[in-house]
Ligand binder design. Structure first.
Ligand SMILES: [Ca+2]
Ligand SMILES: [Ca+2]
Length: 337
């Protein structure tokens, strides 16, 4: 399978005066909502000389985790990890090839729901030279799992796959690029409010053979657009030892556990002033910044480009029913980076 994303945007970074030293990097979770009117998946099946296609819009959400480190701006490389979500076509597909029931098949996937995950977190996105804050990422870092729905093949073949019993998984081919664009909406203290927009083009081709010996080429094309808005301290926040984006009592146990450390200390081990040691001065920094938190925390996550791949994978999974047995995954993808 393949997927590609595109996006564009602009940004600006802010550095809080009180928060500039030894800030800890922290990931931010945000739920991306799929824009159904701009997201759709066309499934085309062909077996010479027949072909049929069906197109439906996609709905759902994708939970993503962004990590800009503590660069104070948008780094050359950031973290992009999909943690969960639910992506689904807004209607069932119905494809017919040839002349069922003797010389053809009906392919009917229904109730498909998939989710996106990151087998080797964190996923990585790389900033491009484009104007604005645009990152590209290799979609092969992410795994799509379809674990809801049923695929029924009737006609010259008779196969039913319950995806809740036999979930199908797959990744985009290595080198399939997606795009994430960030736009700065405003600032508050050390925090910057960002709008994230993902565009995920889909272009997946797969060939399979049914029980009846019919070779079917599946071509899945489409695009997924999903957006979210969240706050992030691009420079990190001194005293945020547990790296959750805010300074609170929850950070204190970490300071206490490392108090007295004479060298090699980091923001994550209680060093708030970046001198490599953990002592009373770090406590004072924590105390001064205590209560620092985003204006509103959108700490949640859900995936998005997975939906398209889902339907494709499901279809391929059904048709490859026999070949697939004994395999954990029929789609392959390289690891990015
Ligand atoms: Ca904290
Ligand atoms: Ca220190």
């Amino acid at each position: 399978m393949r997927g590609v994303w595109q996006t564009t945007g602009t940004l600006s970074a802010v550095i809080g005066v009180l928060w500039t030293s030894a800030a800890a990097a922290y990931p931010v979770n945000s739920t991306l909502a799929i824009n159904s009117t701009q997201s759709s998946l066309k499934v085309e099946a062909s077996s010479f000389p027949f072909s049929d296609s069906d197109t439906h819009n996609l709905t759902g959400t994708i939970n993503a985790q962004f990590d800009f480190r503590d660069s104070g701006s948008f780094p050359a490389n950031g973290g992009l990890t999909f943690t969960s979500g639910a992506i689904a076509p807004n209607a069932d597909y119905n494809l017919t090839l040839g002349f069922p029931p003797v010389l053809g098949v009906n392919i009917d996937p229904s109730g498909l729901v998939g989710t996106l995950s990151t087998p080797l977190p964190p996923g990585v996105m790389t900033r491009t030279g484009a104007s604005g804050v645009v990152y590209q990422f290799d979609a092969s870092q992410y795994l799509l799992t379809i674990n809801q729905g049923t695929i029924v093949v009737t006609g010259s073949a008779d196969q039913t796959t319950d995806l809740s019993q036999e979930p199908v998984t797959g990744s985009a081919m290595h080198g399939t690029l997606g795009t994430m664009t960030f736009t700065t909406l405003g600032t508050s203290g050390p925090y910057t409010q960002l709008s994230a927009a993902m565009d995920f083009p889909i272009d997946i081709t797969q060939s399979t053979e049914t029980d009846s010996g019919m070779t079917v080429d599946l071509h899945l094309t489409g695009a997924v657009r999903a957006t979210s808005t969240f706050w992030v301290a691009l420079s990190g926040i001194a005293g945020d030892f547990n790296q959750d984006g805010m300074v609170s009592a929850a950070d204190l146990p970490i300071f206490k556990a490392h108090n007295g450390m004479a060298s090699g200390a980091t923001a994550a081990t209680g060093d708030a002033d970046a001198n490599g040691r953990v002592d009373g001065n770090d406590f004072l920094v924590w105390q001064r910044n205590q209560g620092t938190r985003p204006p509103s925390s959108g700490v949640t996550a859900v995936p998005e480009p997975a939906s398209v791949v889902i339907a494709a994978v499901a279809l391929g999974g059904v048709l490859c029913w026999k070949q697939r047995r004994g395999r954990e995954s029929f789609a392959t993808g390289g690891s990015p980076r």
